[in-house]
Ligand binder design. Structure first.
Ligand code: KG4
Ligand code: ZN
Length: 382
């Protein structure tokens, strides 16, 4: 079965051809990051205009690289939720137009659920010339229990960590998910991006914080930033307190409002934000941000009674799953709990259309199709 996937929910215009639910024949991503970096975040109006420009070249390239013609397609899958409405509509309109004109089934795919299918993508033939998206070496993963294989094991604990989402799920199959918890304020990727901005690092900030935290001189214990646990049994997340603590550590702590007057003085001025302090704050922030994930994941595992419904694996997806510390910590957590860990190859951590095509294929096999009334279901952020 050959499925075309289309993704345009945020600032990546992507198209991919996937065979038999996991084999990626092509995966083309046109990223708008450079453009949005100038504004320190995604500008929705610019994003949809760029999707409009990129969608046809990206589609043509995906077909050409896969050596597949429109007639060869069995179905067209499209990410139709969640995301920015103007962005979603470009991909959805293209998918509907193709579905109607080619008379091929249309399948609407949830972008967040698709992130949890990304670990199961593979490339059948890393071709000479590298046209087939190459499988990386596991992104520095050390554990043999870590896999990027087409063999998910269920029930699984799913964790989506991206610019717009921080959510825990219980999955009994790739398409059967129950949400166990989610962020009550910022998403973890958003927190990384805001932290980077506080530390005067470029957008998107996650990879920069990751890189600085890996510096041999970086001290991740410089500041013991707060880790939000919420109530005793909560599986939700909160990143706003961590972000504010970093702000105070970097820029100084303001006076409480009642003492504020003019000129306003800092109650506790911060030391100069030189290269060493920037590295230390980045590493300390990252340690707290990732620790919040492992605490809640362990809570979810512990909350599950030791019967046939017990978790057999952990599946992680979304842009922040590229993070070096996250990958190392979840490798340990999976080992300690004797679970398989499924985490995407680096190229499939960030937004891509291969995950949309692949999950769309699974849904199609299960008999799911949509008609031309399929709606874009937006959110106010990506
Ligand atoms: O999944 P994604 O591409 O887009 C959304 O669906 O939101 O995730 C983008 C997010 C950004 O916030 C970016 O800073 C973060 O993923 N990110 C990282 C790393 N690489 C990307 N965060 C931490 N460490 C990284 N290495
Ligand atoms: Zn995403």
């Amino acid at each position: 079965m050959i499925v075309l996937g289309i993704e345009s929910s945020c600032d990546e215009t992507a198209a991919s051809i996937v065979r038999d639910s996991t084999q990626v024949l092509s995966s083309v991503v046109a990223s708008q990051t450079q453009t949005h970096a100038e504004y320190g975040g995604v500008v929705p109006e610019i994003a949809s205009r760029l999707h409009e420009i990129n969608i046809l070249p990206v589609l043509n390239q995906a077909l050409a690289e896969a050596g597949v013609a429109f007639e060869d397609l069995d179905a067209i899958a499209v990410g139709h939720r969640p995301g920015l409405v103007g962005s979603l509509l470009v991909g959805l309109s293209a998918a509907k137009a193709l579905s109607w004109s080619l008379n091929k089934p249309l399948i609407g795919v949830d972008h967040v659920h698709a992130h949890l299918y990304a670990p199961f993508l593979s490339c059948p033939s890393p071709a000479p010339g590298g046209r087939c998206p190459r499988i990386a070496d596991g992104g520095g993963l050390s554990s043999s229990s870590t896999s990027s294989s087409p063999n998910p094991t269920f029930p699984a604990l799913g964790l989506v960590v991206s610019g717009g989402h921080t959510s825990l799920y219980k999955l009994t199959s790739p398409t059967n998910l129950t949400r166990l918890g989610a962020t009550i304020d910022d998403a973890i990727g958003e927190a990384f991006d805001k932290a980077a901005s506080i530390l005067n690092l470029p957008y998107p900030g996650g990879p920069h914080i990751d890189r600085l935290a890996q510096h041999p001189d970086a001290n991740d214990r410089l500041i013991d930033f707060p880790i939000s646990r919420l109530s005793k049994d909560s599986l939700d997340f909160s990143y706003s307190g961590l972000k504010t603590s970093l702000l105070y550590a970097a820029k100084g702590k303001p006076n409480p409002p009642k003492l504020q007057g003019k000129p306003q003085r800092l109650a506790e001025p911060a030391p100069e934000l030189d290269d060493q302090r920037t590295r230390d704050l980045a590493a300390s922030f990252q340690r707290a941000a990732i620790r919040a994930l492992t605490i809640k994941a362990q809570r979810a595992l512990d909350a599950n009674p030791n019967d046939q419904t017990s978790f057999k694996s952990i599946i992680i997806g979304g842009g922040v799953s590229a993070n070096t510390l996250l990958r190392a910590e979840f490798t340990k957590l999976a080992e300690q709990n004797n679970l398989a860990l499924h985490i995407p190859e680096m190229q499939y951590c960030i937004d891509n259309a291969a995950m949309i095509a692949a999950l769309g294929s699974v849904m199609f096999k299960q008999g799911h199709t949509d008609d031309l009334t399929l709606q874009a279901t937006p959110t106010t952020a990506c």
